[in-house]
Design a protein around this ligand. Structure first.
Ligand code: ATP
Ligand code: MG
Length: 416
């Protein structure tokens, strides 16, 4: 179903005086920031997430606490909302089909189903004009045996349900590969050739019901242990030609899927002089996320429209205008590792990294210029868990980097 224009505020549905309510499947931090952007514009919000203390549920007008496939929960959601979006790609496709039949839903169940499955996803990404990493589909023992030598060393990735490096095993020999596939319980996988990366980047686009497509400039991303650690967003973060190519590829993918909503596409930049670069070119497309993305969190503080503002606009059928970045920015992810209970013993007892109350040293960090702290309201700080992020904005890339490095040192994040 395509969207009529859903204006915010108490203009009333048929003059009833009701507030226009936007719905979101999933109550994580991305849902929270969507809810906050929608509320800032005057919408009411409803979140469906089984977790009683989910980050988005805590700040939404309404929170339906049922399973994603629960019929009553989905019915309640439809009663409440005028349109619905998602905040994570593993929302069951069947739920999105139900929702999409009754209300405008963006992204569509079809687009989400493709992003949920690396095998389907690769086929789409390959049509973007930028190559994917050489890969083989592994769904049977015969396919495992038939893998070409040049895919090793490689990374075996489960076709479904992977995120933050989960569901991935690095393999360097055939024996490794067999063991890794067993460890992954022989579920459908893809084996990708390990590529020599010099950098990673991502592009966020927003596409409306009428096909209008706007974008942010590519971000440069640093991953540690498979998890995004740092995003640098400023002029000169990537070679201009490459950045242009990445934007075009991301737009092609959105167009190809007839996508509505915010879409993030991740890319690898290959090392100069490597045989892989000679064969594939400088840029390889890695994967897409059918939603706002961690690498776009800086847009909240460094751009005149954030990725969440654009998610609201695409869903509600409001005008899409090209966002403008007004500050150089560096974003640092705040993982649970930084909380005292997770620090190695020597650091945990070192007052340099935490306050007396046992939280990271927010006061010292907030004393730096241009620092924006975002915490997601999660109670348990386990290792690798995304607890929040910190964006440093500045007039120049150099200033943003210098301050971000100072913040990283205060918090115990390794320099970059
Ligand atoms: P996300 O949290 O972004 O959804 P994910 O778990 O789906 O992550 P990928 O993006 O596939 O995983 O991989 C995680 C990281 O592992 C990449 O950002 C990159 O640093 C590294 N990586 C993945 N595939 C390759 C490859 N073929 N060659 C080299 N490095 C790779
Ligand atoms: Mg990724």
């Amino acid at each position: 179903m395509s969207s009529p224009v859903l204006l915010p505020g108490a203009t009333g549905l048929n003059g009833s005086g009701q507030q226009t309510t936007l719905g979101v499947m999933g109550g994580g931090q991305l849902g929270r920031m969507f809810v906050q952007a929608a509320q800032a514009m005057g919408y009411f919000t409803v979140v469906l997430d089984p977790d009683v203390i989910s980050p988005a549920g805590l700040v939404s007008h309404y929170h339906i606490k049922t399973d994603y496939l629960d019929e009553q929960g989905l019915t309640q959601l439809l009663q409440r909302c005028a349109a619905v979006t998602t905040e994570f790609e593993n929302v069951p496709a069947a739920a999105l089909v139900t929702l999409g039949a009754a209300r405008p839903a963006a992204p569509s169940a079809d687009a989400v189903a493709i992003a949920q499955d690396r095998i389907k996803e690769k086929a789409h990404l390959a049509r973007s004009g930028v190559p994917v990493a050489p890969y083989a589909v592994i769904e049977s023992a015969a396919q495992l045996t038939a893998v070409a030598d040049d895919l090793l060393p490689g990374i075996l990735k489960t076709a479904r349900l992977g995120y933050d490096g989960k569901g991935q095993v690095r393999v360097s020999s055939r024996a490794d590969l067999v063991a890794a596939w067993d460890a992954l319980k022989n579920v459908p996988c893809v084996l990708e050739q390990m590529l020599p990366l010099v950098a990673e980047c991502s592009v966020i686009v927003a596409r409306g019901w009428d096909g209008t497509c706007v974008n942010f400039a590519p971000q440069r991303n640093l991953h540690r242990a498979g998890i995004l650690a740092v995003t640098e967003a400023f002029d000169g973060n990537l070679p201009a030609q490459l950045a242009e190519k990445a934007v075009q590829a991301a737009k092609n993918i959105a167009e190809e899927l007839n996508y509505v909503g915010v879409l993030c596409v991740e890319f690898f930049v290959l090392q100069e002089g490597s045989p892989e670069r000679a064969r594939l070119g400088g840029l390889v497309v890695n994967e897409m996320a059918p939603r706002p993305h961690n690498s776009g969190h800086y847009t909240l503080d460094a751009c005149d429209l954030s990725q969440f503002d654009l998610q609201v606009r695409t869903l509600a059928g409001l005008p899409l205008v090209q966002p403008r970045q007004h500050s150089a920015a560096v974003m640092l992810n705040l993982l649970g590792d930084l909380w005292p209970e997770n620090l190695p013993e020597h650091a945990a007892s070192d007052p340099a990294h935490m306050t007396a109350r046992g939280t990271p040293r927010w006061q010292q960090v907030l004393a730096l210029p241009g620092v924006h702290l975002h915490l997601y309201g999660k109670l348990k700080a386990s290792k690798g868990r995304k607890m929040g992020h910190l964006t440093v904005t500045a007039a120049t890339p150099e200033q943003a980097r210098t301050t971000a490095l100072a913040a990283a040192e205060i918090l115990g994040i390794a320099p970059f």
